[in-house]
Design a protein around this ligand. Structure first.
Ligand code: BGC
Length: 869
């Protein structure tokens, strides 16, 4: 049997055969499916060619890497001739195993470059002069092609959100483009439209809504390559292409991400996206000139650089049908979809012209059974459809999404049948990466609740919540949540893009970043807990082994950490906006910001100084990985000084811990390694006592909750961590479930009404990484040296009450799986290790064992105090 390694699942920039790369050195990855026990890559050979024919002849005219001595099978960067705009490239790879046996080349993969330079753009921004509040703008351009089409590419974007149509075919993707700060970068999409174009008349059309931008503006450039290589441009620019772009208002009368959409089907311009439509220049059926078509005009652009959208568009990944329906008032119907989620409703209806169907979205119901929208604050979350009449009509809004479980339907002609409404679950379609389950069903339910909460909060950025007037990428939440997100979802490209969003917020003069990215709310400078800027690249490196993100942002991170240093006084960082935000009400400062969300007994300067210390350590780690040893040494020395200052200022011998000695202060100090080793046992003992004092409950906010569970498990108190995690009384995850939650709450309390109480908020989902790391025991090893590759470690925990757990994570090498089962002192362990993946088994009180690729099954006798009756 052929034992050689055959690379499969070839990815470029984490995508399969991507269209529109604007990275000058795209990164490649692959993996190998093999049963061989020892299957390691010792070298690889990549060929990149400008045509499949050349590649077929094993000629890499763009790049022939030669034999690269490297075990790396992901994040390998292209290092060939400079790539050009629009260039299509074909690539393949072959591998040598650890014994020097070379395998055959893989199948061919490809990628295509986007528009790399500003002068590639002939298109300009078009819109309505002065703008027209709330209305979506419809655009169309009729053009002729006199030669057959060899290739067609559409480069298009519209702000805030757009849908493009070519000859009646709607381009893929919802709520395009993904969000950014358009004054810094504007994402455009690329479509292969070769098959949509035809000889003779064609029409390129688009409708543009407001999104985060305001007045709708469009930028489109269609490039049609003829048989002899000549290019026809159809662009939103009167000077660059001879065809006129017309614009008009249409049926979308108002549109807003927060408030919803009003669509008047009576105003539809039937066939506006098709060939043969008469735009009746200057006329309108209603006689209202403003409703008719007129030439679009040049408008100022948003100012940012044009970038090919690096992550997939938001998509409908599931359709929920009705769980139950009620009629709390005559003619008012409430649909319960049984699950809090992000999305919008699609329906079909029959009724008279002018009938107005209204959908009101909410997470909760009032005692009278109608929807309770109070906690959405100013977001109206209402979609309205006015019927044109004359048959069955189907509708789904275009430029909005909501967070909800319930939808209240008003104005429906007759009684809405159950199947007439369907809820579309919308989010950035990140593939699932991890699976987890264990013998405690409550944990499995919490895990599922986390997955639903994450799916509700992946919309081009990791948002804080999907329902109220917010939906922002809060960096403090990401400090706690990122690791869970990386375990559960294939989020590498998504988070790389988010780190770019963070960098875009940086003040070029001071180095300060902001609390939210893109920056809408919060402060500049950000709270020092906004460690996501450094943490996400470190976590992604741990899981994927790629330093690209660190290289790209190293200078920016340095400027941010230098900024923190400039704010500090003798190692203490005094400013704080949120700290350990939103702890249980009894731990919070009554009347403080966020309806009492500031921790009363966890001093802001303690939290800020700890995060400042951790930022320095992360920067030292990153600098070391990038080979910048002087910088690494400088940060390490500075971290040591900050750590000493922290201890001097916050050590409280009376409390046997730090600050007030509460759970948060001590968990943060322990987790960040701020406690001198001789005092660790004392601080751990204080923490344990404090948990007991709270009746086995947590008293922590959005950050320290993660650290509390981690340090208890690390310090030999796994059972106590489990007790906290398994509580079904307030405060805890089990309490949320006992109150019927299907997604995580923002507050530990069950709050309704106005204020700050989202019921779909991922920050407290940080327990999700504890499930993988400390319950199933699947961890990714820290990588300290340059050139190291990710590896997994199985740290099998011993709990008194938990008898089994299993997890599976898709790594860069393929699936890693682990399962353990325990009966008294007998532990059975099984694992699946893919090719090339360094793996080790860590059992309490036993030597670390390396595990080879393949399946493993072992029985062990465990000597552990918890085995004693
Ligand atoms: C967000 C939180 C965030 C907080 C800032 C809230 O409005 O929803 O998730 O942590 O503001 O501190």
């Amino acid at each position: 049997m052929d034992q050689s390694l055959i690379p499969e699942r070839l990815l470029c920039e984490s995508r399969v055969d991507p269209l529109g790369i604007d990275e000058p050195h795209p990164r490649f990855s692959w993996l190998v499916e093999t049963d061989r026990e020892v299957a390691r890559q010792s070298a690889c050979h990549i060929l990149v060619a400008s045509s499949p024919e050349l590649l077929g002849a094993d000629e890499g005219d763009l790049w022939d890497s030669g034999k690269l001595i490297s075990a790396q099978c992901s994040g390998l960067a292209y290092a060939g001739r400079p790539l050009k705009s629009r260039q299509k490239c074909f690539w393949k790879v072959r591998l040598w195993d650890h014994e020097g046996l070379v395998g055959p080349f893989s199948a061919v993969a490809c990628f295509e470059m986007g528009l790399l330079h500003a002068d590639d753009w002939k298109a300009g921004w078009m819109g309505w002069p002065g703008g027209r509040a709330g209305l979506a703008a419809y655009f169309r351009c009729a053009f002729r092609l006199d030669r057959p089409v060899a290739r067609g590419r559409l480069y298009v974007t519209g702000l805030g959100l757009y849908e493009a149509v070519l000859n009646g075919r709607r381009m893929d993707g919802l709520l395009q483009p993904v969000v950014s700060d358009p004054s810094r970068r504007v994402y455009y999409n690329i479509f292969d439209v070769t098959a949509d174009l035809q000889l003779g008349e064609n029409v390129l059309a688009a409708v543009v809504g407001t999104g985060w931008y305001g007045t709708p503006v469009l930028l489109a450039q269609l490039e049609v390559l003829g048989p002899d290589g000549e290019v026809t441009f159809v662009a939103t620019n009167r000077e660059a292409s001879p065809w006129v772009w017309m614009t008009a208002a249409g049926p979308t009368r108002t549109n807003s991400l927060f408030d919803g959409e009003l669509y008047d089907a009576r105003l539809e311009k039937v066939g506006w996206g098709d060939v043969g439509y008469d735009d009746g220049y200057g006329r309108s059926p209603s006689g209202d000139r403003a409703e008719g078509w007129m030439p679009a005009c040049r408008v100022p652009g948003p100012g940012g650089v044009m970038r090919a959208q690096p992550i997939p568009a938001i998509a409908a990944t599931e359709f929920l049908s009705l769980r139950s329906r009620s009629e709390p008032q005559p003619g008012v119907f409430v649909f319960d979809f049984g699950q809090n989620h992000a999305g919008r409703v699609r329906f079909s209806v029959e009724g008279p012209r002018g009938a107005k169907v209204t959908l009101k979205y909410a997470e909760a119901l009032r005692p009278d059974g109608t929807v309770d929208q109070d906690n959405l604050r100013t977001a109206r979350a209402t979609d309205t459809y006015i019927m044109k009449g004359g048959g069955r009509e189907q509708w789904e809004p275009s430029f909005t999404y909501h967070g909800y479980r319930y939808v209240q339907v008003e104005g429906w002609p007759g009684v809405p049948e159950e199947h007439t409404l369907q809820s579309c679950v919308l989010h950035s379609p990140l593939a699932s990466r991890g699976e987890f389950s264990c013998s405690k069903e409550l944990f499995n339910r919490i895990h599922r609740m986390i997955l639903w909460t994450e799916r509700s909060n992946l919309h081009g950025i990791p948002t804080d919540c999907p329902q109220r007037d917010e939906r922002m990428g809060w960096l403090n939440d990401l400090a706690a949540r990122s690791e869970e997100l990386i375990y559960n979802f294939e989020s590498v490209g998504f988070l790389e893009k988010f780190v770019d969003d963070i960098a875009d917020t940086q003040d070029p003069r001071t180095g300060a970043i902001t609390d939210t990215a893109p920056f809408h709310w919060g402060h500049r400078p950000a709270d020092p807990v906004s460690i996501a800027y450094l943490l996400i690249p470190v976590l992604l490196h741990q899981h994927y082994g790629d330093t690209r993100l660190m290289v790209r942002h190293h200078a920016g991170m340095k400027r941010w950490v230098d900024f923190l240093t400039a704010q500090s006084d003798d190692g203490i960082l005094g400013y704080s906006h949120y700290g350990d935000w939103a702890p249980p009400a009894s731990e919070a400062l009554a009347g403080s910001e966020g309806v009492g969300a500031i921790s009363a007994r966890t001093p802001g300067d303690l939290v800020s100084t700890a995060f400042y210390f951790r930022s320095l350590e992360l920067l030292a780690h990153i600098s070391r990985l990038l080979g910048e040893t002087t910088e690494a040494a400088r940060c390490t020395a500075q971290a040591k000084a900050v750590g000493d200052a922290f201890h001097r200022k916050f050590w409280n011998s009376t409390a046997g811990g730090y600050g007030s000695g509460n759970q948060a202060c001590n968990s943060i100090a322990l987790y960040f390694g701020l406690v001198p080793s001789e005092l660790r046992p004392t601080v751990v003992a204080t923490l344990v006592a404090e948990v007991h004092r709270c009746g086995g409950h947590l008293s922590t906010g959005n950050l320290a909750t993660k650290y509390l569970l981690e340090v208890l498990s690390d310090e030999g108190h796994a059972d106590l961590a489990l007790t906290i995690a398994a509580r079904t009384t307030y405060p805890g995850w089990g309490f949320m479930l006992s109150r019927g939650a299907t997604t995580l709450w923002e507050r530990w309390e069950e709050l309704q009404g106005q204020g700050m109480n989202s019921h779909n908020h991922p920050m407290l989902g940080s327990i999700g990484s504890w499930f993988y790391r400390h319950v199933a025991g699947l961890r990714f090893r820290e990588q300290n040296g340059t050139g190291t590759t990710p590896g997994v470690q199985f740290h099998i925990p011993i709990f008194k009450v938990l008898t089994s757990a299993r997890a599976k994570v898709t790594t860069v090498y393929g699936d890693v799986a682990v399962e353990w089962k325990r009966r008294g002192p007998n532990l059975s362990f099984s694992a699946q290790v893919p090719w090339n993946c360094p793996a080790t088994l860590h059992l309490p009180g036993q030597e670390v064992r390396p595990l080879s690729s393949g399946s493993h099954q072992h029985e062990f006798q465990i000597h552990h105090p918890s085995n004693q009756p």
